[in-house]
Design a binder for this molecule. Structure first.
Ligand code: PEP
Ligand code: MG
Length: 325
């Protein structure tokens, strides 16, 4: 599939209206990194660090992790990599950690909740990231932040890790950004101060959608019932964008929908200027973005919404077909 889009690989995802969308790839294993160049990705918008923990049968050591993170940054050759700290719990269970029997794992003790309650692993990971960066710029984001206090506590761990590493004589990153993943509706309604204090927001669309519609992302029976292009969800995303724009905070969208061309177009039309997706999706998404006027697409969305439609998929596909015809 990448060959099909080879001719636009080095071209920007610039829409006809002039807006350029930055397309990044999702990754989690060293084996994913060779896709960076052929996909034409601007960077790694989501590096799921838990995959390294899931593929082994014992807790990795700090030195192994720092070597791994260094290799990831080496392969990215200066492009930005947003490292997401461990997102375990829910469907991602480590064989070497005591399983906890929870009635609702997706809403249970997972991700940053585990990281803050049992901070040993989080601390080790932050140290490993700093050591792996070896003075290079570093981006870190915390998963599943549902309240500003969780972000503040996680950031305090980050600050402590920096101080500790400095004390040990390790070089600190020349620049560092610390962000939050917005994956629960609660965070969208946090006070303004929260949006000002995070360095960036990454919308985890898979989880956000599951909690917005109260529809389990793992449950086939309900998963397809609600659509990202439902007006209610798009309106919600617009509000999140407005809050970030007002605070001057960069925002991106990762999650499977970013890799679906029509969805990616709608997200870009709403105002997302950075999308992160699996590498094979970058070509098809870029191909579509380069052929559309995003302000016109936004108008199609607004008109459908004003006309009382509860989903804009038909309006958008009809509009696209009319342009081709
Ligand atoms: C998400 O929830 O959208 C996300 C990117 O994280 P994950 O799919 O790993 O939960
Ligand atoms: Mg998630």
């Amino acid at each position: 599939a990448q060959e099909r889009y080879a001719s636009i690989r080095d071209e920007p995802a610039q829409a006809l209206c002039g807006t350029t969308i930055s397309l990044h790839m999702n990754a989690g294993l060293i084996a994913d990194l060779p896709s960076l160049a052929p996909s034409g990705a601007d960077g790694v918008g989501l590096f799921r660090t838990e995959l390294q923990f899931l593929v082994r049968n014992q807790m990795p050591q700090r030195s192994e992790l720092s070597a791994l993170y260094a290799r990831v940054m080496d392969s990215a050759q200066g492009r930005r990599v947003a490292f997401r700290t461990l997102d375990i719990g829910s469907d991602k269970v480590l064989s070497y950690m005591k399983p906890n029997d929870e009635p609702n794992p997706a809403m249970g003790w997972r991700a940053i909740r585990v990281g803050l309650d049992k901070p040993g692993v989080l601390r080790m990971q932050l140290q490993a990231l700093i050591r792996g960066a070896k003075g290079r710029p570093l981006s870190v984001m915390f998963p599943f932040i549902a309240a500003p206090s969780e972000f503040r506590a996680a950031r305090a761990e980050w600050d402590k890790a920096l101080a500790r590493e400095e004390g040990l004589g390790h070089p600190l990153p020349v620049s560092a950004e610390v962000g939050a993943m917005l994956e629960t509706p609660s965070l969208a309604f946090a006070p303004d101060s929260f949006f000002k204090e995070v360095d960036f927001i990454s919308v985890g669309g898979n989880d956000l959608k599951q909690f917005f519609f109260a529809a389990d992302r793992e449950n086939e029976r309900v998963r397809r019932r609600y659509d990202t292009l439902d007006v209610s969800f798009l309106t919600f995303l617009e509000q999140i964008l407005a809050r970030c724009h007002a605070a001057g905070t960069p925002i991106s969208f990762c999650g499977e929908d970013a890799g679906r061309p029509i969805e990616a177009m709608a997200l870009s039309a709403l105002g997302f200027q950075m999308l992160s997706m699996r590498p094979a999706s970058i070509g098809p998404v870029k191909h579509l973005l380069r052929r559309v006027d995003l302000s016109a697409a936004k108008q199609v969305i607004d008109e459908a919404r004003d006309a009382g439609q509860d989903n804009v998929r038909e309006a958008l596909t009809g509009w696209l077909a009319a342009q081709r015809g």
